[in-house]
Design a protein around this ligand. Sequence first.
Ligand SMILES: *Cc1c(COP(=O)(O)O)cnc(C)c1O
Length: 387
Amino acid sequence: MEETVYREHGIYLDNTATTRMSEGVKSAMDPYLTEQFGNASTVYSYGEAAKNAIETARETIAASLDAKPSEIYFTAGGSESDNWAIKCIAGEYKKTGNHIITSRIEHHAVLNSCEYLQKLGYRVTYLDVDETGILEPEKIQAAITPQTTLISVMFGNNEVGTIEPIGQIGALAREKQILFHTDAVQAYAQIPISVRHYPIDLLSASAHKFHGPKGVGFLYIREGVRIPSFIHGGAQERGKRAGTENVPGIVGMGKAVEEAFANMNLRIRRETMLRNYLIEKILHEIPDSRLNGHRTKRLPGNTSFSFKNIDGASLLILLEEDNICASGGSACNTGEARISYVIEALGVPADYAPGTIRMTLSGDTTRTEIDTAVLSLKRNIARLRGK
Ligand SMILES: *Cc1c(COP(=O)(O)O)cnc(C)c1O
């Protein structure tokens, strides 16, 4: 029954934009939306229950990263975590230097935070990536100056799925005593990440990208990193992020982490297999198609394609008529189709770039759904090409 209700919405291949909250997460949150409504800062038992639930979620999340619970700070999602890391580290280390290094393919939460800092007088270097979306560590090395205080490079890209060489970039940063932040919103809970293995100082994540609720996330801050409060007020989150905690959200995120890590290896294997099946099928069955991003250094569920002489927006409308939810590689601006800055940064040829479509899988995606989506794509692309 549950299955039918869900499938009525069609074939959902936009799991990068957001994911469906799991039933387990919903059940875990339920008591904290009703009977267990206590404020975690109060002393009676309702408050105690809320506080315990928050700390349990913090422990679960910390364990998933090989971090300490005291290094996990709850926020209202990925955008807030990125803003906090970038603006507050820049501010705190202003006396040491005013230079930040990032990439051209970051999420807007990072790019626009950097642009804001430029208005305040900071210098920001936006590094180019190669045609597969990889930021070569040598480019970072060459961009570092004595003024550099922060390097921010995403773990996995949200448009084209490329996984960056985070270990090498982090090692470079550490060698030069520069702080390293990674926006891991697309990678966390999808692939294993250990802050013991990777030299990461700050890491952003968001629950709604891994079957948790919207409006909640966290920032991992390595012990010893000096960072000012992002929201001033009460003593919540050790005085760093004031405001009564989003108890149901935090509990839901904890549950989503538990579920994601319980069957992670199996899910990665299955999702990667289905993803590769989709890639092979499209490249083989649809003429003049190309895959964007790296063939193997790629998030398990991500595919991004560009089709020659196709208007992506028109294709998305036709897909929607077939009940298929995908997304474009371009943002429509006053009726004029613009190429996404990520697709531009990868140097996708001009006759391909406007025909960019992203289809992203989840653990729930089936082979039948992939087959249906490919059939629809084939038919609709032929139609748009007038064949
Ligand atoms: C979705 C996303 C964000 C923003 O997260 P929200 O929780 O929606 O604010 C940031 N970075 C990346 C890479 C994302 O995919």
